[in-house]
Design a protein around this ligand. Structure first.
Ligand code: E4P
Length: 218
């Protein structure tokens, strides 16, 4: 299972990477704009601090423009994957990019049908938006589970990358569903760490040990 970070904040990426669990970073135009960075600036800065792919979304909405941007992103860093929205021009561009071996996948995915088109197109990933599906009155986790099941049944190699994950409850349900990959905000990743009983347990051990000092100094 891959775990990506969904941010363009270099400090949060550096901090999260120290946990040793980050396989790459996803971005989108909202995230980059909020960081007050240019897209190229954001991607090159992220590539400097993370091992693994940096996902960069195209902004063009026509086939030629999407292809041009996805090709161009390859020049920015060693491991850039283009994120292409699940629109008609997006799927047409994906087919072109597949034939050129440009790494690209399908994002802003809201249906199983779109996910099937992505897989048939050999997209490198498909990103269903869990939180936004819930906002729309659907069950985001269940949609991901069904996509993963269909992909596993047919042996599609496209990575199911659950996005728009808002909390650890959704994340845990996605892990239970055996999803290939999730992308998490730094806050949701941070929320994976603490548990009051862990703090209580550690405090108990420290109290029991008292002032004996570190075992390594014995
Ligand atoms: C995925 O790669 C997107 O960047 C992201 O997860 C979208 O999530 P949002 O619904 O929080 O904007």
């Amino acid at each position: 299972m891959k775990l990506y970070l969904d941010t363009a904040d270099r400090d949060r990426i550096t901090e999260a990477a120290r946990l040793g669990v980050v396989d790459g970073v996803t971005t989108n135009p909202s995230i980059v704009a909020a960081a007050e960075l240019g897209y190229r600036e954001a991607v090159t800065a992220i590539a400097d601090v993370v091992d693994g792919p940096v996902f960069a979304q195209v902004l063009a909405d026509d086939v030629e423009g999407i292809v041009r941007e996805a090709r161009g992103y390859q020049e920015w860093a060693d491991d850039v994957v283009a994120k292409i929205p699940a629109t008609r021009p997006g799927f047409e561009a994906l087919a072109r990019l597949r034939d050129e071996d440009v790494p690209a996948g399908t994002t802003v995915v809201f249906s199983i049908e779109q996910a099937v088109l992505a897989a048939k197109n050999d997209a490198s990933f498909v990103a269903p938006y869990v939180g936004r599906l819930d906002d729309a009155g659907e069950d985001g986790v269940d949609t991901v589970r069904r996509i993963q099941h269909i992909y596993d049944t047919y042996g599609f190699e496209t990575e199911v990358l659950a996005a728009s994950v808002r909390n650890t409850t959704q994340a845990v349900s996605l892990y239970e569903a055996g999803v290939d990959a999730v992308t998490l905000s730094p806050d949701v990743l941070d929320d994976h760490v603490p548990h009051p009983k862990t703090d209580e347990g550690v405090a108990g051990f420290e109290a029991a040990w008292g002032d004996r000092g570190s075992p390594i100094d014995e």
